[in-house]
Every structure is written in structure tokens, then in C-alpha cells.
Design a binder for this molecule. Structure first.
Ligand SMILES: Cc1ncc(COP(=O)(O)O)c(C=O)c1O
Length: 365
């Protein structure tokens, strides 16, 4: 029996995407960003595949994610990029993860922890306006405070871009603010890694590469510019799959789903797929998506419910049990996460991160 809903993840695609990005970034090293369960792809298998493709670093947002990587058997450098409370900091340090600092009081907290040798990256906020300090002088003082402490190690100088996907002029401004500061820190501490680029910057701006690039979305074969990832040589790694559990005839006037938001205008056949918004098929796709069944696009019709959707099969003779692809390829047809993003007025990141824990991830080569 088919599974009601599953996310099929092609680890070979992740490995090849990492290889492509490592080649684009070279001689800079590649850090694969595997936070949020590897953007919904499964953190540990995605991390392993990215490592196989040449990612020498892994990055996550939280201390628990760093612990998860270690428990999953991943050694090697791991950077926790997010803010860390007292308790979370202890977890990150125990996981031997590198952490990010921008205030001297954080350095004090860090130095007071029992584990010795924690590696720290200093973050300058050059325009993202979230984490990091806007004050280059403060960032330098923090870096020197770390370097001066025997129990800590200054490992990096970093920033993060706000508009590398859609505003190259502001990207250039951020680079201009970051580069002289990072060069000065690197001149004083040549062993550190300077890093700034996310996927979009990696693909569009070689001057942003420095020593290391931090790529997330592109590792999974999605396009940071929301276009077809094939244009960047990237392969989507995830397929969202369900099956046709029920087929019924609908006469004109008969409806499907809550609120009767689809009413048949001609005799047709309605297929019911046991996947819904609790699985990550957002309700905004009501009457606003296609699904691949037997290699053809068929429209999703009616309201997306928690556990089911309905599709208009027309006069096609589809037998119950037929595979249905919501995201992915079948026959010569393809539905990208970018297509959902466009329909939902969001970004591909939210599409795959939104596939819920109820959907088993099945990893293949
Ligand atoms: C600090 C930082 N660096 C890098 C990334 C990776 O970004 P992307 O997925 O656009 O490559 C993220 C993700 O949001 C991030 O927060």
C-alpha cells in the first residue's frame, strides 16, 4: 500500500548540489546550512550528503540542532548561528559547536562555562538589522576579548546579507561595510575564517565568498531567486508524494470539500488524496494548485482540508492507488517548490520547511 503522504528526498541530488556550490565558491570552503531539519529534508541525512559533496562545515540555528548533528554521528566543524540563552549556550558548547558573539557580556558568559577551547565567530551587522552589532568598534573589541582569553578561540568574522536575492545595490553596500572590518580582523588573526555569503550571494557575487560560504536553500536544489533552479545547475532534492485513495463521479452541481468551493460544471471524476494542510499543503492552495497523476497535471479543486485534498481527474481513467506528486516530477511534468511559492505569495524556503513532522521523510540515493 502506498503511504498517505511522504517526502522522498534524493540524497544524491543534495550531494551533487553541494559539489556544484563548492565548485562555484572555490577556493572558499562550503558550509551547508542544515537548520530547520535540513529545510524540511531531514537534518542528519542531508548533512551527510552535503558533506559527501564537499561541504566541510555545517551550520544550524539552534543548540539542539547542533546536538542532533553530533548524535547523528557528524563530526567536524558545526556553527550555531542563532542567539543562545544561558541553557542553550551550555548545550552548544557541550556539542563542541562554534558559536557567534557580538557583545562582550556574552564572551564573559562563554568563558565561565566549563568546556575549554570553544571557538567563537564575531558578527558585524552590516544591514540585516537582526543579530550582530552595528558598531564595528564593538565587534573588534569583542574579537580581541575572545582572542585574549586562553579558554576561547577566535575562529571567524561574519555578517549576513539582507537582499542578496533581490537588491544587488544593498548587497554591495553591506559588502563595503563588511570588507575593511573583516580584513583588519583577519590581518591581526590570520587563522580566522571570514564568511558572509548565503546561497544567493554565493551564486551572484564572487566578492562575497571570502574564506567560507554558508549555503542553505541551494544545497537542497531550490533557487534563492525563486526561478527554475536548473538555471543554476541545481537539482531539487525533495518530492512530496501522496496517492489517489478514492475516485468518484461528480455530476454537474455536485461539490467537493468544505464550503463547496468547487462545484462540478460538467460530468467529471474527483480523486481524493489523503494529504492536507496538517501535512504542509497550505490552505491557500485551495483551487490554486496542480498535482501530477499518471504523468499529467490535474487541478487541485475544492478546499484543502486538514487531512485530504481533492483533484479534478476529468475523464481520465485513474485507478485508486495511483501515485500523486504534489511537488516533484512525473512523466515529463514537474512541479517545483518555486511554483507553490508563487501561488502562495511566499518563498520556496517556507514551502519545504512547512512540510510537517507527520510526513515521513524517505531518503534515497
Ligand atoms: C546567518 C545565515 N547564514 C546563511 C543562511 C543560509 O541562507 P540560504 O538558505 O539563503 O542560503 C542563513 C539562512 O537563513 C542564515 O540565517
Amino acid at each position: 500500500m502506498p503511504l498517505r503522504a511522504l517526502a522522498r528526498v534524493d540524497l544524491g541530488a543534495i550531494e551533487r548540489n553541494a559539489r556544484t556550490l563548492a565548485a562555484v565558491a572555490g577556493p572558499a570552503a562550503l558550509c551547508a546550512v542544515v537548520k530547520a531539519d535540513g529545510y524540511g529534508h531531514g537534518m542528519v541525512p542531508a548533512a551527510r550528503a552535503a558533506r559527501a559533496g564537499g561541504a566541510s562545515w555545517l551550520a544550524v540555528a539552534t543548540a539542539e540542532e547542533a546536538r542532533g548533528l553530533r548524535e547523528g554521528g557528524l563530526d567536524g566543524p558545526v556553527l550555531v548561528m542563532g542567539a543562545l540563552s544561558e541553557e542553550e549556550l551550555a548545550v552548544a558548547v557541550a556539542a563542541r559547536a562554534d558559536v557567534v558573539a557580538w557583545r562582550e557580556c556574552f564572551v564573559e558568559r562563554l568563558a565561565a562555562l566549563p568546556a575549554a577551547g570553544t571557538a567563537v565567530h564575531v558578527k558585524l551587522d552590516t544591514g540585516m538589522g537582526r543579530l550582530g552589532t552595528r558598531d564595528a568598534g564593538e565587534a573588534t573589541r569583542v574579537a580581541e576579548a575572545i582572542a585574549a582569553r586562553g579558554e576561547l578561540r577566535l575562529a571567524g568574522a561574519m555578517t549576513h546579507f539582507a537582499t542578496s536575492d533581490d537588491d544587488p545595490a544593498f548587497l554591495a553596500e553591506q559588502l563595503e561595510a563588511f570588507t575593511p572590518w573583516a580584513r583588519a580582523i583577519k590581518a591581526a588573526h590570520p587563522e580566522i575564517l571570514v564568511h558572509a555569503a548565503n546561497s544567493a550571494a554565493t551564486l551572484r557575487e564572487p566578492a562575497s565568498h571570502f574564506d567560507l560560504v554558508r549555503c542553505g536553500i541551494a544545497v537542497y536544489g531550490m533557487d534563492p531567486f525563486q526561478e527554475d533552479p536548473a538555471a543554476q545547475g541545481l537539482e531539487p532534492a525533495l518530492a512530496l508524494v501522496s496517492y489517489v485513495a478514492e475516485v468518484k463521479d461528480a455530476e454537474p452541481g455536485q461539490s467537493a470539500g468544505y464550503g463547496r468551493r468547487f462545484v462540478a460544471e460538467r460530468p467529471t471524476r474527483i480523486g481524493t488524496l489523503p494529504i492536507g494542510y496538517a501535512d504542509g499543503v497550505r490552505r491557500g492552495l485551495t483551487n490554486n494548485a496542480d498535482v501530477l497523476v499518471e504523468g499529467r497535471r490535474v487541478p487541485l479543486v475544492g478546499t484543502v482540508s486538514m487531512d485530504n485534498i481533492t483533484v479534478d481527474l476529468g475523464d481520465a481513467d485513474v485507478a485508486p492507488g495511483a501515485e500523486a506528486i504534489l511537488i516533484g516530477a512525473q512523466g515529463g511534468e514537474r512541479i517545483l517548490a518555486e511554483e507553490w511559492a508563487r501561488r502562495l505569495d511566499t518563498i520556496n524556503y517556507e514551502v519545504t520547511c512547512g512540510i510537517s513532522a507527520r510526513v515521513p521523510r524517505v531518503h534515497g540515493p
